[in-house]
Write a new protein. Structure first.
Length: 155
């Protein structure tokens, strides 16, 4: 099973518009998580709340913003134990890279760190499987906010 999840999509919108869609809480909640506590400041500790409407259970993913290059790059760590400082070895790193392409934007999402988080192999495999599918669904929703383009999965 892949240790790094990588997906790319081409979005029919300029970089500044896509940047707002991946960083502004009211926009992130349209395509990704139901509730969003996010600020684009390195060190910011927030949360993404995912609600399962079928079972009425929810999952809160605590995040720590790592790096921000406006309209180009955003990264945060998640999946660390509550009460611990997110770092390499105890959390996963999610990176969003935005690149202008014609009149649109290529968005690349990479989730890495499974090999060093210390989870049993079965949990790593399940996480990778679920997140490969999940990122495809969520990025498809994001792409659809701006019009349909072909989705591309790198791995």
């Amino acid at each position: 099973m892949a240790k790094t999840i990588e997906q790319e999509i081409l979005i029919d919108a300029p970089v500044d518009v896509v940047w707002r869609a991946v960083t502004e809480p009211e926009q992130v909640s349209i395509w990704f998580s139901d509730e969003v506590d996010l600020e684009t400041k390195p060190g910011y500790e927030g949360a993404l709340t995912f609600t399962d409407h079928a079972t009425k259970h929810s999952h809160i993913a605590h995040i720590t913003v790592q790096s921000v290059e406006p309209e180009r790059f955003l990264s945060y760590r998640w999946e660390h134990e509550v009460g611990t400082v997110a770092a390499d070895g105890n959390s996963l790193l999610v990176e969003f890279t935005l690149t202008p392409e014609g009149e649109g934007t290529r968005l690349r999402v990479v989730e890495s760190g499974l090999e060093s988080i210390g989870w049993p192999q079965e949990r790593q495999d399940t996480h990778a499987e679920e997140h490969i599918e999940g990122w495809a669904i969520h990025l498809g929703r994001l792409r659809d906010m701006f019009g349909r383009q072909e989705a591309e999965q790198a791995s």
